[in-house]
Design a protein. Sequence first.
Length: 216
Amino acid sequence: MSGRMPLPRPRALLLDAMGTLIGLRRPLGQTYAAAAARHGIEVEAAEIDRLFPAIYRSAPPLAFPHLGGEELVEAEVQWWGERIEEVLQAAGAGGAPTALRRELFEEFADPSLWFVHDDVAESMERWHGRGIRMAVVSNFDSRLPGLLEGLGLNRWLEAVVVSSRAGAAKPSPEPFRLALEKLGVPPRDAWHLGDSPEDVEGARAAGLKPLLLRRR
Protein backbone atom coordinates (compact mmCIF):
# COMPACT_ATOMS: atom_id res chain seq x y z
CA MET A 1 0.00 0.00 0.00
CA SER A 2 3.03 2.25 -0.11
CA GLY A 3 3.45 5.01 -2.67
CA ARG A 4 1.11 7.58 -4.08
CA MET A 5 -2.49 6.76 -4.77
CA PRO A 6 -3.51 7.33 -8.40
CA LEU A 7 -5.93 10.14 -9.17
CA PRO A 8 -8.80 10.72 -9.32
CA ARG A 9 -9.12 9.56 -5.75
CA PRO A 10 -12.30 7.96 -4.40
CA ARG A 11 -14.57 9.50 -1.78
CA ALA A 12 -14.60 6.20 0.12
CA LEU A 13 -12.34 3.18 0.43
CA LEU A 14 -13.64 -0.19 1.59
CA LEU A 15 -10.97 -2.48 3.03
CA ASP A 16 -10.69 -6.20 3.54
CA ALA A 17 -9.35 -7.17 6.98
CA MET A 18 -7.57 -10.55 7.11
CA GLY A 19 -4.46 -10.51 4.96
CA THR A 20 -4.99 -6.90 3.94
CA LEU A 21 -4.90 -4.98 7.22
CA ILE A 22 -4.07 -7.65 9.79
CA GLY A 23 -2.64 -11.15 10.10
CA LEU A 24 -1.88 -13.80 12.71
CA ARG A 25 1.36 -13.49 14.70
CA ARG A 26 1.97 -17.24 14.50
CA PRO A 27 0.57 -20.01 12.31
CA LEU A 28 -3.00 -20.99 13.08
CA GLY A 29 -1.93 -24.60 13.58
CA GLN A 30 0.26 -23.72 16.54
CA THR A 31 -2.63 -22.11 18.40
CA TYR A 32 -4.98 -24.98 17.56
CA ALA A 33 -2.44 -27.63 18.61
CA ALA A 34 -1.64 -25.88 21.89
CA ALA A 35 -5.33 -25.56 22.78
CA ALA A 36 -5.96 -29.19 21.82
CA ALA A 37 -3.08 -30.30 24.05
CA ARG A 38 -4.74 -28.59 27.02
CA HIS A 39 -7.70 -30.91 26.39
CA GLY A 40 -5.54 -34.01 26.13
CA ILE A 41 -5.59 -34.14 22.31
CA GLU A 42 -2.32 -34.57 20.43
CA VAL A 43 -2.14 -33.12 16.91
CA GLU A 44 0.65 -31.78 14.73
CA ALA A 45 0.49 -28.02 14.16
CA ALA A 46 1.96 -28.38 10.68
CA GLU A 47 -0.74 -30.89 9.73
CA ILE A 48 -3.46 -28.45 10.79
CA ASP A 49 -1.85 -25.71 8.69
CA ARG A 50 -1.70 -28.08 5.72
CA LEU A 51 -5.32 -29.18 5.98
CA PHE A 52 -7.14 -26.07 7.15
CA PRO A 53 -7.10 -23.92 3.95
CA ALA A 54 -9.06 -26.50 1.93
CA ILE A 55 -11.50 -27.07 4.80
CA TYR A 56 -12.07 -23.34 5.12
CA ARG A 57 -12.58 -22.87 1.36
CA SER A 58 -15.13 -25.68 1.16
CA ALA A 59 -17.16 -24.46 4.15
CA PRO A 60 -20.58 -22.81 3.77
CA PRO A 61 -20.58 -18.99 3.98
CA LEU A 62 -19.94 -17.48 7.41
CA ALA A 63 -23.24 -15.61 7.15
CA PHE A 64 -26.43 -15.85 9.19
CA PRO A 65 -29.42 -13.90 7.86
CA HIS A 66 -31.94 -12.66 10.42
CA LEU A 67 -29.82 -13.52 13.48
CA GLY A 68 -28.56 -11.11 16.10
CA GLY A 69 -27.40 -10.89 19.70
CA GLU A 70 -26.56 -14.13 21.47
CA GLU A 71 -28.17 -16.18 18.70
CA LEU A 72 -25.66 -14.77 16.24
CA VAL A 73 -22.67 -15.41 18.49
CA GLU A 74 -23.78 -19.00 19.06
CA ALA A 75 -24.13 -19.50 15.30
CA GLU A 76 -20.60 -18.15 14.85
CA VAL A 77 -19.22 -20.45 17.54
CA GLN A 78 -21.01 -23.38 15.88
CA TRP A 79 -19.62 -22.49 12.43
CA TRP A 80 -16.03 -22.29 13.66
CA GLY A 81 -16.53 -25.35 15.85
CA GLU A 82 -17.46 -27.37 12.79
CA ARG A 83 -14.25 -26.25 11.06
CA ILE A 84 -12.21 -27.20 14.15
CA GLU A 85 -13.93 -30.59 14.24
CA GLU A 86 -13.23 -31.18 10.55
CA VAL A 87 -9.55 -30.28 10.73
CA LEU A 88 -8.90 -32.36 13.85
CA GLN A 89 -10.63 -35.37 12.33
CA ALA A 90 -8.72 -34.93 9.06
CA ALA A 91 -5.49 -34.76 11.07
CA GLY A 92 -6.34 -38.04 12.80
CA ALA A 93 -6.88 -36.48 16.21
CA GLY A 94 -10.53 -37.39 16.66
CA GLY A 95 -13.25 -34.87 17.40
CA ALA A 96 -13.22 -31.52 19.15
CA PRO A 97 -14.95 -31.22 22.54
CA THR A 98 -17.42 -28.38 22.92
CA ALA A 99 -15.14 -26.70 25.47
CA LEU A 100 -12.22 -26.71 23.00
CA ARG A 101 -14.36 -25.19 20.26
CA ARG A 102 -15.46 -22.30 22.45
CA GLU A 103 -11.98 -21.83 23.91
CA LEU A 104 -10.49 -21.39 20.45
CA PHE A 105 -13.27 -19.04 19.37
CA GLU A 106 -12.60 -16.83 22.38
CA GLU A 107 -8.82 -17.08 22.02
CA PHE A 108 -8.85 -15.62 18.51
CA ALA A 109 -10.81 -12.64 19.82
CA ASP A 110 -7.62 -11.57 21.63
CA PRO A 111 -5.84 -8.76 19.70
CA SER A 112 -2.46 -10.00 20.98
CA LEU A 113 -2.71 -12.97 18.58
CA TRP A 114 -2.84 -10.57 15.64
CA PHE A 115 -0.57 -7.95 14.07
CA VAL A 116 -1.11 -4.96 11.79
CA HIS A 117 0.85 -5.01 8.53
CA ASP A 118 3.66 -2.46 8.52
CA ASP A 119 2.23 -0.27 5.76
CA VAL A 120 -1.32 -0.06 7.10
CA ALA A 121 -1.22 2.75 9.70
CA GLU A 122 0.74 5.11 7.46
CA SER A 123 -1.54 4.43 4.51
CA MET A 124 -4.76 4.85 6.48
CA GLU A 125 -3.52 8.08 8.04
CA ARG A 126 -2.63 9.41 4.59
CA TRP A 127 -6.00 8.45 3.14
CA HIS A 128 -7.78 10.01 6.11
CA GLY A 129 -5.81 13.20 5.61
CA ARG A 130 -7.01 13.31 2.01
CA GLY A 131 -10.62 13.15 3.17
CA ILE A 132 -11.18 9.54 2.07
CA ARG A 133 -13.75 7.81 4.25
CA MET A 134 -13.01 4.20 5.21
CA ALA A 135 -14.90 1.07 6.22
CA VAL A 136 -13.99 -2.59 6.57
CA VAL A 137 -15.83 -5.35 4.69
CA SER A 138 -14.78 -8.81 5.86
CA ASN A 139 -15.85 -12.43 5.67
CA PHE A 140 -15.56 -12.71 9.43
CA ASP A 141 -17.72 -12.45 12.52
CA SER A 142 -18.66 -10.31 15.50
CA ARG A 143 -15.15 -10.53 16.99
CA LEU A 144 -13.69 -8.27 14.31
CA PRO A 145 -14.76 -4.82 15.63
CA GLY A 146 -13.09 -5.59 18.96
CA LEU A 147 -9.94 -6.83 17.23
CA LEU A 148 -9.67 -3.69 15.09
CA GLU A 149 -10.21 -1.51 18.15
CA GLY A 150 -7.60 -3.42 20.14
CA LEU A 151 -5.13 -3.08 17.26
CA GLY A 152 -5.69 0.67 17.02
CA LEU A 153 -7.30 0.76 13.58
CA ASN A 154 -10.82 1.83 14.49
CA ARG A 155 -9.86 5.51 14.71
CA TRP A 156 -9.80 5.66 10.91
CA LEU A 157 -12.92 3.55 10.32
CA GLU A 158 -16.52 4.69 10.14
CA ALA A 159 -18.01 1.21 9.78
CA VAL A 160 -17.11 -2.47 10.07
CA VAL A 161 -19.30 -4.88 8.09
CA VAL A 162 -18.79 -8.60 8.77
CA SER A 163 -20.40 -11.36 6.75
CA SER A 164 -21.96 -13.11 9.75
CA ARG A 165 -24.02 -10.02 10.62
CA ALA A 166 -24.59 -8.95 7.01
CA GLY A 167 -26.18 -12.31 6.25
CA ALA A 168 -24.05 -12.65 3.11
CA ALA A 169 -20.35 -13.20 2.40
CA LYS A 170 -18.05 -11.99 -0.34
CA PRO A 171 -18.22 -12.41 -3.32
CA SER A 172 -21.84 -11.42 -2.71
CA PRO A 173 -22.23 -7.67 -3.32
CA GLU A 174 -24.46 -7.30 -0.26
CA PRO A 175 -21.73 -6.61 2.36
CA PHE A 176 -20.29 -3.89 0.10
CA ARG A 177 -23.72 -2.31 -0.32
CA LEU A 178 -24.25 -2.30 3.43
CA ALA A 179 -20.89 -0.57 3.99
CA LEU A 180 -21.64 2.07 1.34
CA GLU A 181 -25.05 2.63 2.90
CA LYS A 182 -23.43 3.25 6.28
CA LEU A 183 -21.01 5.73 4.68
CA GLY A 184 -23.68 7.37 2.53
CA VAL A 185 -21.47 7.08 -0.56
CA PRO A 186 -22.59 5.74 -3.99
CA PRO A 187 -20.65 2.83 -5.54
CA ARG A 188 -19.24 4.98 -8.35
CA ASP A 189 -17.36 7.06 -5.76
CA ALA A 190 -15.82 4.12 -3.86
CA TRP A 191 -12.98 1.65 -4.29
CA HIS A 192 -12.34 -1.65 -2.51
CA LEU A 193 -8.92 -2.96 -1.51
CA GLY A 194 -8.55 -6.68 -0.77
CA ASP A 195 -6.27 -9.64 -1.29
CA SER A 196 -8.55 -12.35 -2.72
CA PRO A 197 -10.58 -13.09 -5.86
CA GLU A 198 -13.72 -12.79 -3.71
CA ASP A 199 -12.80 -9.18 -3.00
CA VAL A 200 -12.45 -8.37 -6.68
CA GLU A 201 -15.59 -10.23 -7.76
CA GLY A 202 -17.76 -8.84 -4.97
CA ALA A 203 -16.58 -5.26 -5.43
CA ARG A 204 -17.28 -5.36 -9.16
CA ALA A 205 -20.73 -6.86 -8.56
CA ALA A 206 -21.49 -3.97 -6.18
CA GLY A 207 -20.28 -1.36 -8.70
CA LEU A 208 -17.00 -0.45 -6.97
CA LYS A 209 -13.53 -0.27 -8.46
CA PRO A 210 -11.55 -3.26 -7.07
CA LEU A 211 -7.87 -3.05 -6.11
CA LEU A 212 -6.12 -6.41 -5.61
CA LEU A 213 -3.38 -6.39 -3.00
CA ARG A 214 -0.63 -9.00 -3.39
CA ARG A 215 1.38 -9.43 -0.20
CA ARG A 216 4.43 -11.65 -0.08
